[in-house]
Design a protein around this ligand. Structure first.
Ligand code: PLP
Length: 383
């Protein structure tokens, strides 16, 4: 009997466990040497000058939104085809999320739609590298530069992905990552922001720790003594622990292996579904090297005899842990109450009616993958 295969799952081995246990036996549980080590190793991996580790991907988005100077009345353009946190971070800062529609082929935010949504109030763009496929970053960055906007790339799905040969995390003004267990690598909960800007880096270090600095060179007033510190702005406690960073460091060592396995599984899925007329497989431009957090297929509803809901339920019943990514953000009651109307982004709404995410995580073995393929083929052919 096959066991239930979830859509995503972490891979923890003895090395990870040893790494965390050694920190448990050390002098620091939080904000010790591991935070700095993890940040340096991650910055090194993505090719950015600076990295700031925080308590979640959501905290990373909020920290980046703060650093970008998003404040009351500012508009920020993002995609509705994402997890709510990508837009919520704008609301945290008193700004207004403005949704630009996606491209029907790549499912990523369409740069032409971004341009249409720019007003005098626009302050930033939050493109999301959906499923691990980088957005059209050259075009987006060019628009941002012309209009003096900050780009906060939500790269929660895209650790290790490349755009025109460049690693994600080294391209936009700010890039954010999530280390939730379903993502490429995990710290339990955790997140990271990468940037090349020293100024943004400094702001984020303050924001992560209540707005407090203990660095005498940065004080506004003269130090009263060695106990002295200053709160210079209103920040949060978004610190990550040393325990989590020890796990992050050990996971990071395996990231290329994890991604390699994800790519193998995606290739197997693509080869198996390419000729299935009920299914459209993901496509991307050849200058993009995705790292595949999700494998999202379109169900060609016109060719199916059962609807998406039935396909979903039957796959779940057969122990294939499918999911739908995503309900367009502005469909949620909270956003509806803010005044967003359905119909705003037709392509995203179209994708929502017909997409389904299949299980994808590096620990899946070939039997699991074959089982998913056979089950999906069976279900989409049902009468
Ligand atoms: C996972 C995710 C987040 C939030 O990350 P957390 O670590 O769960 O807070 C934000 N944006 C996207 C696109 C995500 O997939």
């Amino acid at each position: 009997m096959n066991k239930f295969i979830p859509y995503g799952k972490q891979w923890i081995n003895q090395e990870d466990i040893d790494s965390v246990v050694s920190v448990l036996k050390s002098d620091w549980l939080t904000t010790g040497p591991m935070v700095d080590k993890f940040e340096k190793a991650f910055a090194d991996y993505v090719g950015s000058k600076y990295a700031v580790a925080v308590s979640s991907g959501t905290a990373a988005l909020h920290t980046a939104a703060f650093a970008a100077g998003i404040s009351k009345g500012d508009e920020v353009i993002t995609t509705p085809m994402t997890f709510a946190a990508s837009a919520n971070c704008v609301l945290y800062q008193g700004g207004k999320p403005v949704f630009a529609d996606i491209d029907k082929k790549t499912y990523n935010i369409n740069p032409n739609e971004i341009e249409k949504k720019i007003t005098k109030k626009t302050k930033a763009i939050i493109p999301v590298d959906y499923t691990g496929q980088p957005c059209e970053l050259d075009v987006i960055n060019e628009i941002a530069e012309k209009q003096n906007l900050t780009v906060i790339e939500d790269a929660s799905h895209a650790v290790g992905a490349k755009y025109k040969g460049k690693k994600i995390g080294s391209i936009s003004d700010l890039s954010i990552f999530s280390f939730h267990p379903v993502k490429h690598m995990t710290t339990g909960e955790g997140g990271m922001i990468t940037t090349d800007s020293k100024e943004l880096y400094g702001k984020m270090l303050l924001f992560r720790n209540h707005g407090i600095t203990k660095n005498e060179d940065d004080f506004n007033s003269k130090s009263d003594g060695n106990w002295f510190y200053e709160q210079q702005l209103l920040g949060f406690n978004y610190r990550i622990t040393d325990l989590q960073c020890a796990l992050g460091l050990s996971q990071l060592k395996k990231i290329d292996e994890f991604i390699k396995r994800r790519r193998e599984i995606v290739k197997k899925y693509n080869d198996s579904f390419e000729k299935v007329e009920e299914i459209t497989i993901p496509v991307h431009p050849e200058y993009i090297d995705p790292s595949w957090h999700l494998y999202v297929i379109q169900l060609n509803l016109e060719k199916l005899l059962i609807d998406r809901k039935k396909v979903f339920d039957q796959l779940r019943k057969n122990k294939v842990g499918v999911q739908v990514h995503y309900i367009p953000v502005y469909f949620h009651p909270y956003y509806q109450k803010l005044g967003y109307k359905k119909g705003l982004c037709p392509n995203a709404e179209w994708l929502y009616t017909r997409s389904i995410s299949l299980p994808l995580f590096p620990k899946m073995n070939d039997n699991d993958v074959d089982f998913v393929i056979e089950t999906v083929k069976n279900v989409v052919n049902r009468q």
